[in-house]
Design a protein around this ligand. Structure first.
Ligand code: NDP
Length: 276
């Protein structure tokens, strides 16, 4: 909890969920119990996600006010005016939902040096009621410190790459020290071989759970909110059930010890990586 924002222990990602099929995956996620859904301007699925969420609400699977629907402004729309237009565009695409619950800056893009202006636009968007909560993604301590120094407003959430191969422990600790909730993207390692790692398999076997559940329970034990993406209702149920699984401190430490330098899935270091 931060800035009166409450997040569930596990959310769902939507990268690469498109069209009616993607919408069905989102509706199913809400039906099986997800209350936090991630999206982004750049995923080109905000409208489909919003319609699917609205359908799930209409069908009585969740109350609108229990849901945290997220989107993000991309680097190509940085700057005060452009970022506000991007939020307005997202709000139009997601109009089935009313105000967007959580809106993030997707990447800091430090070489552009426009994330502070963009943050000011998000503060205005919140004041105008277009979005309820604002946060960041892929921000390092130095970027967050600048937001605070120049605007006095800290993000509610920082969504970062985190999985056992790249635990990102220092960033998680920094966020916690500033009262910022950390969400983990690619939490089960996307299409890497993480889920067949012998340490992951051993933890899974010890609890008679699946490898994905072992990794997701590790996130939960660290106080991080993972947002695994799955298009399959069966795997959605499997992933969400990890919220109630308890690993031992030794198992948590063994999974964290899988971290390695160069462990980022695609080497995207926010200090230098720029995404438009
Ligand atoms: P994930 O780590 O969530 O992995 C998704 C992959 O794992 C899919 O191929 C999925 O297949 C498969 N999968 C899901 N559940 C299981 C399971 N129980 N067992 C085996 N395989 C499984 O990777 P993502 O990169 O999608 O990250 C999650 C979300 O984070 C994204 O969807 C997006 O919303 C967000 N994100 C944010 C970024 C940012 O910069 N802020 C960057 C990248 C992602 P299937 O669908 O067939 O189940």
């Amino acid at each position: 909890m931060s800035n009166d924002l409450h997040l569930p222990a596990i959310g769902m990602g939507t990268y690469k969920l498109y069209g009616r099929q993607g919408g069905r995956a989102v509706t199913s996620a809400i039906e099986v119990g997800y209350r936090l859904i991630d999206s982004a301007f750049s995923y080109e699925n905000e409208a489909v996600v919003a319609e699917a969420v609205a359908r799930a609400v209409d069908e009585g699977h969740a109350a609108r006010e229990e849901l945290i629907i997220t989107s993000k402004v991309p680097g190509r729309h940085f700057g005060r005016d452009r970022a506000l237009w991007a939020v307005e565009e997202s709000a139009a695409r997601m109009r089935a939902l009313g105000p967007i619950d959580l809106y993030l800056i997707h990447w800091p893009n430090p070489a552009q040096d426009r994330y502070v202006e963009t943050w000011q636009a998000l503060i205005e968007a919140r004041e105008q009621g277009l979005v309820r909560h604002i946060g960041v993604s892929n921000f390092l301590p130095e970027h967050i410190q600048r937001l605070e120094d120049e605007t006095g407003v800290l993000p509610a959430v920082n969504q970062i790459e985190s999985h056992p191969r790249f635990p990102n422990t220092e960033q998680v600790a920094y966020d916690a020290s500033r009262g910022i909730l950390t969400e983990a993207w690619s939490p089960i390692g996307r299409s890497s071989d993480l889920l067949s790692d012998p340490v992951v398999l051993a933890v899974a076997q010890a609890h008679a759970i699946t490898p994905a559940q072992a990794v997701l329970a590790w996130h939960v034990a660290r106080g991080v909110v993972p947002i695994p993406k799955s298009s399959s209702p069966g795997r959605q149920v499997e992933n969400l059930a990890a919220a109630g699984l308890l690993l031992t401190p030794e198992e948590v430490a063994a999974l964290t010890a899988l971290g390695r330098s160069g462990g980022r899935l695609k080497g995207q270091d926010p200090a230098v990586y720029e995404e438009m």
